[in-house]
Design a protein around this ligand. Structure first.
Ligand code: CO
Length: 162
């Protein structure tokens, strides 16, 4: 059974490897990731967060499960909006992050079919957050020095918990 990996585990900072073949092993990992996401009440989860450095994510903002393989942000549009984000790899931490409101995501589904979809609002935010994980980008990489200073005690706690 896979388990959530939390900050400061180094796997979270690694650039994840593209999936070469969408097989039963990948589908098994995706299904297990979805189970963990629902169990933890998350809206998304990226494979590095369960210690697997592969480019796969699951997202569900409460409107149905999406399992994406080698996802990319193909286009961004709309204005940048600020909103609070949490992350299962940063328990107890929430930060305000500014992101584009609309994105087009390209990638493959669990059947190996290529697709492109337009996402807005919380969907767009969740996709950007999870795709960030595949590039080793974390919520604390999006905040300024003041927010980061305020978070220091909480981050220290996570660092010591390892
Ligand atoms: Co996250």
């Amino acid at each position: 059974m896979l388990e959530i990996v939390t900050y400061p585990n180094p796997v979270l900072k690694k650039k994840a490897e593209p999936v070469q073949e969408i097989d039963d092993e990948i589908r098994r990992i995706l299904d297990e990731m979805a189970d963990i996401m629902y169990q933890k009440d998350g809206v998304g989860l990226a494979a590095p967060q369960v210690g697997i450095s592969k480019r796969i994510i699951v997202v569900d903002i409460g409107e149905g499960l999406m399992q994406l393989i080698n996802p990319e942000i193909a286009r961004i549009s709309g204005e940048e909006k600020k909103a609070e984000e949490g992350c299962l790899s940063f328990p107890g931490i929430h930060v305000e992050i500014s992101r584009p409101e609309d994105v087009t995501v390209a990638g493959f589904n669990e059947k190996g079919e290529r697709f492109e979809l337009k996402a807005e609002g919380l969907w767009a935010r969740a996709f950007q957050h999870e795709i960030d994980h595949l590039n080793g980008v974390l919520i604390i990489d999006h905040i300024g020095t003041i927010q980061r200073t305020l978070l220091k005690p909480k981050l220290r706690k996570l660092e010591k918990a390892v």
